[in-house]
Design a protein around this ligand. Structure first.
Ligand code: IPD
Ligand code: CA
Ligand code: CA
Length: 259
């Protein structure tokens, strides 16, 4: 299944590159002007789903643009056909295909492929995490003052003050650097590889994080769900930084359960 997944993600990535920085993007808004979909998101999704359907017709699929395919199966593919669409549509290189495969609701394969940057992350449950075939492990930094961290902002930031600025106000002064790179799946994979010390975001969905959380876990990073009221809200960090960053985040008593 990993081989299939890799082959199809690479095919989807090739199609993304055909659209990238071109004039056939056909940008459409969804929830608001910050929430968009392009022809490349749909083309990428079509490649992934049609291949899965052909080879694994009974498997269930959850994919961002087309939803749940309604199948009841122990195998479930959780797909973000293009994560980082705002970057993609602006001509910025951090975007990817993200595919997680679950067995009995536990993620067993995770693949994140950023075609422009040429980085393919993958993990198999219990077998480690890899970047372009080489084993990766999360960072060893234990001092938040030397940490480079990244975050993202919720799509409903225009209509609620609960838009992550509270967390930023507490974390920004403490860290070496704060970034907003623009693809949750790549951000988490970069924590896995030790390029970033931590990442957090609220109001995410399964397709944003399914594959990358397995990659992070297999690379030795920790993750915690810190809220129950804003879909999936997750912080991912190397083990030395997690105890320092988690208390800085606004949290709810009950956490969202996922995986
Ligand atoms: C978005 C990206 C972004 C994050 C948003 C996501 P999309 O996914 O991962 O970095 O901040 O919360 O929705 O819409 O580009 O697939
Ligand atoms: Ca996404
Ligand atoms: Ca997407």
């Amino acid at each position: 299944m990993l081989n299939d997944c890799t082959l199809w993600a690479k095919e989807a990535g090739r199609v993304q590159l055909q659209y990238f920085r071109g004039n056939a993007l056909d940008i459409k808004t969804k929830f608001n002007d910050s929430d968009i979909v392009t022809a490349a998101d749909k083309a990428s999704e079509e490649i992934l789903i049609s291949n899965i359907r052909k080879k694994y017709p009974e498997h269930s699929i959850l994919s961002e643009e087309s939803g749940d395919n309604g199948n009841e199966s122990d195998y479930r593919w959780v797909i973000d056909p293009l994560d980082g669409t705002t970057n993609f549509s602006s001509g910025l290189p951090e975007f990817c295909v993200s595919v997680g495969i679950q067995y009995k609701l536990q993620t067993v394969i995770g693949l994140v492929y950023a075609p422009y940057i040429g980085e393919l992350f993958h993990a198999i449950k219990g077998k480690g995490a890899f970047l372009n075939g080489k084993r990766i492990s999360t960072g060893k930094n234990q001092d938040i003052r030397k940490a480079v961290v990244t975050t993202g902002f919720p799509v409903d930031k225009d209509r609620t003050a609960d838009n992550n600025m509270d967390n930023v106000a507490r974390i920004l002064p403490l860290v070496r650097g704060l970034r907003r790179l623009g693809s949750a799946a790549v951000d988490i994979s970069y924590v896995a590889a030790g390029y970033l010390d931590a990442y957090w975001e609220l109001n995410l969905h399964e397709w944003d994080v399914c594959a990358a959380l397995l990659i992070a876990e297999e690379a030795g990073a920790k993750y915690e769900f810190f809220r129950s009221d804003r879909n999936i809200s997750v912080v991912v960090a190397n083990p030395g930084i997690m105890p320092q960053i988690l208390p800085l985040l606004s949290q709810t008593a009950n956490k969202h359960a996922f995986q």
